[in-house]
Write a protein that binds this ligand. Structure first.
Ligand SMILES: [Zn+2]
Length: 135
């Protein structure tokens, strides 16, 4: 996820790839966290993602996600939208309180939030546990 010059969120799932290419070429997409310019990268052998320049102060992940990971996030979003008509769903949602970033965040009309993670690789039990919490 990145933001355009108006602060609107853009991502390779909802924003047409061509539009992201144009914005990137015009240097008009930015890191949602530190505001520096990011580059959009996509191709036959690389999953669409935003490339962050070196910035030691910014924690935003700039690695390309696997196809499997992205498809999983879309499945979760689609399921949420079908299941709950009032839900607002965001990808890569920053949780200030824990300094974590949720793959998918469901935000309900009365403010309740539920974070979803699409985990494709093995993680330690302690990490798994840490990710299951209620604030
Ligand atoms: Zn940044």
């Amino acid at each position: 996820m990145a933001i355009d010059q108006f602060g609107n969120k853009v991502n390779p799932i909802d924003t047409p790839i061509e539009e992201l290419r144009l914005l990137s070429g015009a240097k008009m997409i930015f890191c949602p966290e530190c505001g520096t310019i990011v580059k959009f990268a996509s191709g036959e052998h690389v999953t669409a993602h935003f490339k962050h320049g070196p910035n030691l102060d910014c924690t935003y992940e700039s690695e390309a996600e696997s196809e499997e990971h992205i498809k999983g996030k879309v499945l979760i979003r689609n399921w949420l939208v079908e299941r709950f008509k009032d839900v607002h769903v965001e990808f890569e949602y920053k949780i200030i309180e824990t300094n974590q970033r949720a793959d998918v965040m469901a935000i309900f009309p009365r403010g309740k939030k539920i974070a979803f993670e699409m985990q494709c690789t093995r993680i330690q039990g302690s990490v798994w546990k840490k990710r299951h919490c209620t604030l």
